[in-house]
Design a protein around this ligand. Structure first.
Ligand SMILES: [Zn+2]
Length: 257
């Protein structure tokens, strides 16, 4: 198991850069060695799809399962196990005390991979829905701000391909926020999440194919998981996260170079 902060020095190393200055995380050798021939990196984040939900539903996601069959590790989110804190960990290699990002509107208190890429004369992109971390935090700090509006995860996929085709950033990170929304609505163990997971799997299959054609290596991981809220009544939130439990903190990670 690796801390999620390791994603930052790992992606920096693949691009040929040292880790962000405040990072005490390490390069994940398994990923780094596979990526030696990839010129660009795309990080696709399945928001809220934790290891426990993944293990429960992976038979419904045959493409993602085929990737995990070849390359699969488990990451541990940092605390609190919420979205902006863990996306910030992925792009800084630092914990909350060092990166200072508590909300999607926070300012980074330390160096990011976006900054390293920019200083080297290369380009980055951050992509997500409006008023989600992918757009408001990552897009705002990247060279190319991918705001997919108030739509669906399909709109995010479209924005990824648009930016990858027209701008060819060396480093691209995207948040699929509707996965987390659906888990909150039904709870991660509810069969009601399965249609969304099937759609997510088809979307990832198409995206990986297109990104590979555009010379990207792809890393697919989650920022945190979720747990079922058992006392939920109708209209209540049925899935939640933010605690240090394995359901909230352990997430799957795979990659295609
Ligand atoms: Zn959430």
């Amino acid at each position: 198991m690796y801390p999620i902060t390791d994603i930052a020095p790992t992606t920096a190393a693949i691009l040929g850069f040292p880790a962000p200055a405040q990072s005490r995380a390490k390069v994940i050798a398994e990923i780094f060695h596979d990526f030696s021939r990839s010129r660009r990196i795309a990080i696709l984040v399945t928001d809220g799809l934790g290891l426990s939900a993944w293990r429960k539903w992976k038979k419904t996601m045959t493409f993602l399962q085929s990737l995990h069959h070849r390359r699969s590790i488990v990451l541990r989110s940092i605390m609190p196990s919420i979205t902006p804190v863990n996306f910030a960990a992925m792009v800084t290699g630092a914990d909350l005390a060092a990166h200072g990002v508590q909300t999607m509107n926070s300012t980074f208190a330390c160096q990011t991979v976006f900054g390293i890429v920019r200083e080297a004369g290369k380009k980055s992109a951050g992509i997500g829905l409006e008023n989600y971390t992918g757009s408001n935090l990552l897009g705002r700090c990247a060279d190319y701000w991918g705001n997919a509006g108030n739509g669906s995860d399909d709109d995010i996929a479209e924005k990824i391909i648009e930016i990858a085709t027209q701008r060819s950033p060396d480093y691209l990170i995207a948040q699929f926020g509707r996965i987390d929304d659906t888990f909150h609505q039904y709870g991660p163990s509810s069969p009601s999440v399965v249609p969304m997971l099937r759609d997510t799997d088809s979307r990832l299959k198409l995206l990986v194919k297109q990104l590979k054609q555009l010379s990207y290596g792809v890393i697919i991981l989650s920022d945190h998981g979720q747990h079922d809220v058992h006392a939920a009544r109708e209209g209540d939130v049925c899935g939640a996260h933010g605690t240090g439990s394995p359901e909230d903190c352990l997430v799957p990670c795979t990659w295609v170079s």
